[in-house]
Design a protein around this ligand. Structure first.
Ligand SMILES: Cc1cc2nc3c(=O)[nH]c(=O)nc-3n(C[C@H](O)[C@H](O)[C@H](O)COP(=O)(O)O)c2cc1C
Length: 322
């Protein structure tokens, strides 16, 4: 499949694996890129900038295809050394970056100077327009369905994506709620140039998380997620579990961040992925778990999506207009 996105970024399939904290490690990014998509290492999963440099090297040993690095900038009590992570990205010769969480403008000069292409991930038309105005190469737009941070506007992809593609000129990736060929074809019909997926790639053979988490996604359905942090205007869609329910309850009863901080600590979420204890902490997954029924390799997943999408376009859709 050829779109403006595959052309501009030099990849075979218009399918991107978005940054995922604790999941976006070299083996997953390499498997996605090797299979013709665009894999992404998540910078902040690495404890230090030096570890990120080593992870990028590890990924290079696993694939000769292009891959990217996600740099997510979110409010934090003790912010990580973002400038040092950014320096490692350019010094390692990475040519594609996914920025997320805040305005990409402060990164533009340095990334541009090193010929790094930027995909900015955002959750609204106005932020996508702003990113286009500051010169990013593509935007990835997360609808309300998405895993992680959907923003505060609550606009699902069916409206958000065409509202965005009507107004943008740069390539657009539709993100949030995509898992299969039907989603890819729908995204293209809505005006997007490809899709970005998180939850679907979490549930693959190469995804470096405990099998119990993958099985929970297969067993779960579209009603199994929960929105937390609504009152803090930092909404996150996560798997519904004992901890997420406590967090919602505490905030509903007038609690504030210090009351929930111990429950939502990143170290607890990490334990879910490492030990397979589904109630150890908060972990992220999207509504699309209702469409995830297996744990394929990335190669078979991408082959399936692309071949079924072609069949859908030339078969059922073509038959609509005989
Ligand atoms: C476990 C997990 C962790 C994530 N962590 C990040 C992150 O650190 N930075 C980021 O920009 N997006 C993060 N995301 C969001 C994904 O990159 C992607 O935008 C989202 O999963 C799309 O929705 P989907 O899960 O319905 O495909 C995460 C998603 C998951 C499932």
């Amino acid at each position: 499949m050829r779109t403006r996105f595959t052309e501009a970024f030099g990849i075979r399939h218009p399918i991107v694996q978005g940054g995922m904290q604790w999941v976006g490690r070299a083996e997953l990014a390499a498997a996605v890129s090797q299979a013709g998509g665009l894999g992404m290492i998540t910078a902040l999963t690495q404890p230090t900038p030096a570890d990120l440099a080593a992870e990028i090297e590890r990924c290079r040993k696993l694939t000769d295809q292009p891959f990217g690095v996600n740099l997510t900038i979110l409010p934090a009590i003790t912010p990580p050394p973002y400038d040092e992570y950014r320096r490692v990205i350019v010094d390692s010769g990475v040519t594609i970056v996914e920025t997320a969480g805040s305005n990409p403008e402060p990164h533009m000069e340095m990334f541009r100077a090193h010929n790094v292409k930027i995909i900015h991930k955002c959750t609204s038309v106005r932020h996508a327009l702003k990113a286009e105005a500051v010169g990013v190469d593509a935007v990835s737009i997360d609808g309300f369905e998405c895993a992680g941070h959907p923003g505060e506007d609550d606009i699902p992809g069916l409206v958000l994506i065409p509202a965005a593609t009507d107004r943008l000129t740069i390539p657009v990736l539709a993100s949030g709620g995509f898992a299969d060929a039907r989603g890819l074809v729908a995204a293209l019909a809505l005006g997007a140039d490809g899709i970005n997926m998180g939850s679907r790639f979490m549930c693959t053979v190469e995804s470096p998380i405990h099998d119990k988490v993958k099985q929970a996604i297969v067993d779960g359905d579209e009603r199994g997620t929960q929105l937390i942090f609504r009152q803090l205007r930092n909404t996150a869609r996560v798997a519904g579990n004992a901890v997420s329910r406590d967090v919602v309850e505490i905030l509903l009863n007038g609690g504030s961040f210090p009351d929930i901080a111990p429950l939502v600590a990143g170290s607890r979420g990490r334990r879910v992925f490492e030990d397979g204890d589904l109630d150890a902490g908060i972990w992220t997954v999207g509504l699309v778990q209702g469409l995830i029924h297996d744990i394929p390799t990335c190669a078979s997943l991408l082959d399936r999506i692309v071949s079924e999408a072609s069949a859908l376009i030339t078969g059922r859709l073509a038959a609509v207009v005989p």
